[in-house]
Design a protein around this ligand. Sequence first.
Ligand code: SF4
Length: 153
Amino acid sequence: MPAREWYDEGLRFECTMCGACCTGAPGYVRFTEAEGRAIASRLGIAYERFIEGYTQDAGVEGLERSLSEVQTEFGWDCVFLDRQRVPGKAVCSLYEDRPTQCRTFPWWPEHLASPRAWQRLGRTCEGVGRGAVVPVEAIRVERERQRASTTDR
Ligand code: SF4
């Protein structure tokens, strides 16, 4: 039986496609080589061209490359954030092939560390506290997937 967590009853979350998690201050989006190859294949280009054209120095210790960011009126958007496709929304143009970091959001260990951390996330992510309750079992799976992806590489 897993240890009890403060979110044992689950948490409400529903993404509104506001795009706030994919922009803002400069940051980084980590990807594995397998994820990068899947993105390159989706784009119909060689992996090397993907690295040259769509990634940048991550600027953090222990991580070589990040998906690129481009400056927009909203902040530093992920290069794959599409603000044109759906009026008033920001959608991921890689959605089915997005990296683990994006798939597991918002269920990152740091956001789940305490009720206060979750509330803090709610200041920038309007999906926090919306929609149906996501059960703790599903949250745990995503949390551990994110944890593994940041320690395994
Ligand atoms: S900030 Fe939250 S609600 Fe907005 S796109 Fe990201 S996950 Fe969805």
